[in-house]
Design a protein around this ligand. Sequence first.
Ligand SMILES: NC(=O)c1ccc[n+]([C@@H]2O[C@H](COP(=O)([O-])OP(=O)(O)OC[C@H]3O[C@@H](n4cnc5c(N)ncnc54)[C@H](O)[C@@H]3O)[C@@H](O)[C@H]2O)c1
Length: 282
Amino acid sequence: MWVETQRPYLVMGLLDYDSIAYAIGERIVEFGGRVIYTAQNERMSRIFLDRRARAEARAREDLDVRYCDVTSEKEIATLFANLGPLAGVVHSIAFANPRTCLGEEFHTDAIEDILFSYRVSSISFARILFHAAPHLAPGGAALAMTFDTSRVYPFYNWMGVHKAALEAIVRALARRHGRDQIRVNAISSGPLHSKAASKIPGFGKLDAIWNRSSPLLWDTIADRREVANAAVFLLGPLSRKITGQTLYVDGGASIIGGDLQDFERASESGVGDQTSRSSERY
Ligand SMILES: NC(=O)c1ccc[n+]([C@@H]2O[C@H](COP(=O)([O-])OP(=O)(O)OC[C@H]3O[C@@H](n4cnc5c(N)ncnc54)[C@H](O)[C@@H]3O)[C@@H](O)[C@H]2O)c1
């Protein structure tokens, strides 16, 4: 059994059909699990979900979407007050003002912006788990989404700092919730096209860095599904003894020093047919 089928998973951070949250939720459903999503607010989910619903097979009505702005302690409490037992919780949420916290210049005097993005992108995971823990049975799991913090990337600036904090929070929560037998982990994903990614000035450069350095071919669209596969693993019973970890699902780019050499590259047509592997169904 890959996922728990009795209780639903709460997947937070649905914006549109490109959201990592949506990929994770869909994969859970494909494995026989149930999903409740959260979006930041009704206006956002209406704008994006309605627009895409016309083109998508799964209509909006098929999705159970609740609303929760994670900067509101009251909204978090209300969300969980209206939920029953859960199998797991996914935090796929981040925000930073691109004009002050991301871009070419790291230095900024927009301290309030830094604090706000820290609250949304890092602290909120702890607040979510505080409220979620009573709904999780032993063996339940919480998962956060991060981006390589072992190195410093251009443009990512303060979000890189917040992701490092988020990973520290994951470890602290793993320790805290060991007594409840609740597991807490993170996935460090390679760059994927999404609304949040499109807000990062120079996101295309990150994409190019992956092209130059990832031993496995990395597809910024199709590999959302590979991230979702790892999420299913970390949320489900097969990872029962894993907690406090950050699992890299990034094609291996984060362990490479410098760029790959030409002789190290997989040919597009071929070695192990890695391109087609991205869209393989299993
Ligand atoms: N796309 C990538 O390249 C990539 C790589 C590594 C990690 N991540 C992380 O994955 C997660 C999901 O990002 P995504 O790429 O799917 O983008 P996305 O834009 O689809 O998702 C970001 C979500 O955060 C939500 N959010 C922002 N502020 C909020 C608030 N105050 N309250 C509640 N929700 C709020 C947005 O509404 C949105 O649903 C983020 O943590 C992101 O940092 C993304």
